[in-house]
Structure formats: C-alpha cells, structure tokens
Design a binder for this molecule. Structure first.
Ligand code: BG6
Length: 490
C-alpha cells in the first residue's frame, strides 16, 4: 500500500522512549523500505541542538545498535528525513515557531504528532498545538499518538480525555499500547481464531486457570521520576497485561475491523468482577526489590536507586487474581503478574487445564501425583508454543511422565519488526485496530483503581524480594489450592 506523504513530529525526541524504541523502529522501517517515500520527521525537545549535532545523535544511536553492519545507504536516507526544533520549557513563542516551520512549505501537510513526553505534559502540548492551529484538518489529516499511561486513574484519564476533546475528534486520537503491536501478541488471536482445535476447550469446563506474566531482570534504570508515581500495577498491568488478558478471553469478533475487535475486548474488561476494597488483600499482592545478585553482579535495591524517595512504598512487583464473570469464564481465575529485577526476562501466557474427570493414572506418574495439561504461549524473548501432555514412560511398567511439545515458530529468515514499527505504520495508515478506545481505557482503570486506592492508604509497609529472585513468596497466597503455582521458565 502506498502511504500518504506525511510529517511525523516527535515531542520528547531526546528521551528514553524515543532513543530506545521510536528511532530504532523508524530506522528498521527505513531499511525495509516501508516508510512513506515522502515522510519528514521533526524531532522536538528542550535541549538546543543544531541540525548536524542532532543527526549525529540519531546516527550514534543506530551505530550503537547495528555497529559495523549498519546499512549505510538506509542511514543516509534516514538522516535526510530529519529536522530538529528546540522547545525550551516556558518558551511560549516556541509553538508559533513550530507552526511557522510546519506551515512554511517543505513539510507534508498530513501530520502525526507523537507524545513521547511525561504523561503530565500531554494536555499542555495538545493545547498549544491546538491554539497554534496545528490540529485543524485543513489540507491534510492530523493525528496525535498518546503514550501510556493514559491517565493516572479513572478520573484523571477522563480529565485527560476531556482536554484532548477540546482540540481533537476521536478518530484523530491514537492511544498506544505497544504490546498490541508485538507479533507474538497478535499471534494469540491467530492461535485462537485460526485453529478450530482449541475452541471447544477454551472455557471454564476445561481450563483450571490462566497465568499472564511479564518479568524483567532490569530495574527501573533512570526512570525513577516516572516510576515513583506509577508503580508496577499502573506501568504494566493496567495496560499491557490487561490487554493480553482481553485477547485470551474475548469472544470471536464479528470481523477484525477496529470497532468489532475493540467491542469484544471492552466486553471482557467490563465482565471482570470488581475488586472491592475489602477483597484487595485476597486479589492483589505487591512487592519491592531489595538488593541482590542479577546475572552474577550485585545490584542495589529499589530504595537505593537514584531519584527514589527513602521511604518509598512504590511497588516494583504486582500480582492480581481476576475473575471474568461471563458464560465462558465463570469461576476461572486469571493471574496477572509483573516485576522488575526478577530472575528472567520473560513474557508468557500459561493456560492450565483441569485434571481428567476420572484420574485413572494418577498413581502411575513418576512425580507421584497427576499432572495437568498446559498450553504456554511465549511472548518474549522466546516466541514459542508449548503443550504439555502426559505420555507413557518407555519400559515394562505403566508409568507416565510429562512430555512438552515445543514449537518455536520464529524462523531465522522471518522479518523481525519491533512493535513500534508496526504501530507507527498503522498510525500513518489511519488504522485504529491496535490502539485503545477510550471505553477500554476506562474499563481497565476500573479494574485496578480499587487496588491502587487501598495501596495508596497502606503507606507504612511493603513486602520485599531480593533482586534476581522470582518475587516475594507471599504472592502464592493468591492461589486457591496447593497444586496451583506460578510457572516460571518456559
Ligand atoms: C513499558 C513500561 O510500557 O513496557 C516499562 O513502561 C517496561 O516499564 C516495558 O519495561 C516493557 O516493554 P517490552 O516491550 O520491553 O516488554
């Protein structure tokens, strides 16, 4: 598909997100010749750079990634697309200069504005763009990409939404959750809706529980400023993990159009049984990493990280038990868990099946008790599908053991695009399917808000776990039975 000529303006272009994700993703598209031929990129940030210094900075990031294997021709094409504009804090004339620049010719009139800034800055930037006439759709379209978290809780999300609506119509807003751009996440839908085999089993009759995990070995890096006010529940669960849950649990949509898909996802979120303030203890667990050993090196605890308040109780680990009160999932717990400084980098969906109704072979298992079936979908770093089944151990005795059918479906020559690459293209194409609708955002806040409220009141204690471990032991209290346990390594 030939894409419209457009201008992509990135606010916060010097920041962490832009350096780690946006610039590399755009360059990956450049190498694959997938960017619109006439795409111009304007980077905006508070620091003052001249053009050459900025291009040097971009090239430095990419050299750091590709080293001597960099595609020089693509790099030259890429650098030619870039412009830079400094917007120093408090410089009210800056948006006038931005308007002059963008409207002064040379910049394609279709515009994407990407907010890669602190969430607190979204409304002010959109306001200034609106007041400078830069959001009016005359002569071309205007689209605004809002990074997560969309708000801080339900109320602030609604306030942010009202401030966006002063200048934008809904079709102009792209609320990004980069997990939806991951091929392995989209594969959850393919796995469910392109394979008839699973559908009869995909319900409370056969599934015991579902686990959705995202674990990271790194700490908060240099993001204390953001993380202290966010915590793991807001940072990962309200957005990415609840999105994964919707894909696992939703009904087949009427079609894959943006509205049909999002209608089904919203239904799942709305069916989640509200956690009452009294039940927070039974449904939620939080923890914070203390110092420990990660990959053979000693690392500091959260409280020793730069920018963290000495008595902070911000959680770096969070786990939830949720129930989806609908026909398909009645009584099936969904366990969601995430943490920084855990033992491994791993994101996966693990589905545990019930035991057979009559367990004829339970005495024969070499582990001494029956083992259930599991289906595991690896999201990252291993994009794999594993199915655990029971088989007979070769030999004279009728003994059983677990066999893992392990399909890694990523082939070496498959194209490998980061989630941001795919989502940036979607914005340029005007495809909302993988972006969040406001009712989804609201429903997701409704799920976590009661927990956030209770945790905000309990400010004198938080469980800790050593960096490099699998999190606090206390998290096991979320399980209903002794034979339920977290699946760690796939
Ligand atoms: C971001 C969170 O949205 O997702 C980070 O703010 C987290 O804290 C990151 O590390 C994880 O994304 P990915 O793509 O690296 O799994």
């Amino acid at each position: 598909k030939i894409l419209d000529a457009c201008t992509l303006t990135i606010f916060g272009v010097g920041g962490n997100l832009s350096q780690r994700k946006l610039i590399p993703a755009l360059f990956r598209l450049e190498m694959a010749m997938r960017l619109p031929e006439q795409l111009v990129i304007l980077g905006c940030d508070i620091a003052v750079h001249d053009h050459d210094a900025w291009i040097g900075f971009v090239a430095g990031i990419l050299h750091g990634i590709y080293q001597k294997d960099i595609d020089e021709a693509a790099l030259q094409r890429f650098c030619r697309r870039w412009h830079y504009l400094a917007i120093p804090p408090g410089d009210d004339a800056a948006y006038g200069r931005l308007a002059e620049l963008l409207q002064g010719g040379g910049f394609p009139p279709n515009m994407v504005y990407y907010m890669a800034v602190r969430p607190a800055d979204y409304p002010a930037i959109v306001d200034k763009l609106g007041n400078a006439g830069l959001l009016r759709q005359n002569g071309g379209w205007r689209r605004v990409v809002i990074e997560k978290p969309f708000g801080y809780d339900l109320l602030s999300a609604q306030t942010l939404q009202s401030s966006l609506y002063k200048h934008l119509d809904e079709p102009q807003i792209y609320r990004i959750d980069h997990y939806l751009g991951k091929g392995t996440v989209q594969n959850v839908m393919v796995f469910r809706f392109a394979n008839l085999l699973l559908e009869p089993l995909w319900n409370h009759h056969y599934i015991d529980h579902v686990q959705i995990t995202h674990s990271e070995i790194h700490g908060i890096e240099n993001r204390a400023d953001y993380y202290e006010g966010a915590g793991a529940l807001r940072d990962m669960i309200q957005s990415h993990l609840l999105q994964l849950l919707t894909l696992v649990a939703m009904e087949p949509p009427v079609s894959l159009s943006a509205e049909h898909l999002r209608d089904e996802k919203v239904k799942v979120l709305k069916s989640i049984r509200p956690i009452t303030q009294n039940s927070v203890h039974a449904h939620a667990f939080r923890g914070q990493y203390s110092d420990g050993i990660v990959e053979g090196k000693s690392v500091p605890g959260y409280l020793e990280e730069k920018g963290v308040a000495p008595e902070s109780v911000t959680e770096t680990y969070a786990a939830l038990k949720l129930f989806i009160d609908n026909w398909r999932w009645a009584g099936v717990p969904f366990y969601l868990r995430t943490g920084k400084r855990l033992a491994e980098n791993s994101s996966a969906i693990c589905i545990r099946f019930k035991n057979p109704p009559q367990d004829l072979l339970h005495r024969n298992n070499h582990q001494g008790h029956s083992q259930p079936n599991w289906i595991m979908l690896g999201i990252q770093p291993n994009d794999c599908l594993k199915v655990e089944l029971q088989v007979k151990v070769p030999g004279l005795d009728l003994l059983t053991r677990t066999l893992s059918l392990d399909a890694t479906y990523h082939k070496d020559n498959d194209d490998d695009f980061d989630a941001y690459a795919s989502l940036l293209l979607d914005v340029m194409q005007g495809d909302h399917s993988l972006f969040l609708r406001m009712d989804e955002v609201e429903a997701a806040w409704r799920v976590v808000d009661p927990v956030l409220k209770v945790w905000a009141m309990e400010r004198d204690f938080i469980n800790t776990y050593p960096a490099g471990s699998w999190g606090p032991r206390g998290t096991y209290r979320l399980f209903d039975r002794d034979d339920q346990f977290w699946r760690h390594s796939l």
